[in-house]
Design a protein around this ligand. Structure first.
Ligand code: 13P
Length: 253
């Protein structure tokens, strides 16, 4: 079986001034000097990227963006390109977060364009997928995820999507304190991995990392990470505090 390195990322959403972001990132760097064996990323607000990059210099903590536009540049007021994120020091970019789908008109089609733009630029996209509570109750979880993956990754080849990460974020678990049980997470992660296998083949599917996101906390990370297809976490609220996030990153100790 392919060894998949755990990957835990913090999505800071629209929180923190530059000063607050620098303080939290600085504290985090102090906490994680010994967090061996885990890839770590934080995605601060765009305005804080440059300052946080300085703080992360020489540390194991990588930088990510929360969104991007698919064009390399142009008259797109308010938008940020993959190249700009990379220029700001980002290695990853979150694509298709449910908050963007819900509030900002993100569709599987725009997700597809953004994934391509990120990959072309050498940025690794973290593709977020997940069902709403209503969809889960209607037993549509798998069909919703199937559509998000098939359309979001339409016409991409396995050679292109290698660096990509998938984040399974059930919408009903985001910011609600309701975590998916580890069995629910495993069931979906297994489904996503076999879906990736049917599209891109076994090598890609067994190597791709699938994060779980939705009310991940220090008290539930270990149980989630014990599941065979859970390779990491995308953490919102609990990543905003360096000590709390550090506890999550040290789930193995
Ligand atoms: P919470 O951890 O606050 O539930 O947020 C999850 C999330 O949306 C990460 O992208």
């Amino acid at each position: 079986m392919t060894e998949r390195r755990p990957f835990i990322a913090g999505n800071w959403k629209m929180f923190k001034t530059i000063r607050e972001a620098v303080e939290t990132a600085g504290a985090l760097v102090g906490h994680v000097s010994d967090a061996a064996g885990v890839d770590i990323m934080i995605a601060p607000n765009f305005t804080a990227l440059a300052a946080v990059r300085e703080v992360l210099q020489g540390s194991a903590v990588m930088l990510g963006g929360q969104n991007l536009h698919w064009a390399p540049e142009g008259a797109f007021t308010g938008e940020t390109s993959a190249g700009m994120l990379q220029d700001a020091g980002c290695r990853y970019v979150i694509v298709g977060h449910s908050e963007r789908r819900q509030y900002f008109g993100e569709t599987d089609e725009t997700v597809n364009k953004k994934i391509r733009a990120a990959l072309e630029c050498g940025l690794a996209p973290i593709l977020c997928v997940g069902e709403t509570e209503k969809e889960r109750e209607a037993k549509k979880t798998f069909s919703v995820l199937d559509k998000q993956i098939q359309n979001g990754l339409k016409d991409l080849r396995s050679a292109d999507v290698g660096p990509m990460v998938i984040a399974y974020e059930p919408v009903w678990a985001i910011g609600t304190g309701k975590t998916a049980s580890r069995e629910q997470a495993q069931e979906v992660h297994r489904f996503l991995r076999s879906l990736m296998e049917s599209i891109f083949g076994n090598d890609l599917a067994s190597a791709i990392r699938i994060q779980y996101g939705g009310s991940v906390k220090p008290n539930n990370i270990k149980a989630l990470m014990e599941m065979p297809d859970v390779d990491g976490a995308l953490v919102g609220g609990a990543s905003l505090d360096a000590a709390t996030f550090s506890q999550i990153l040290h789930f193995q100790s």
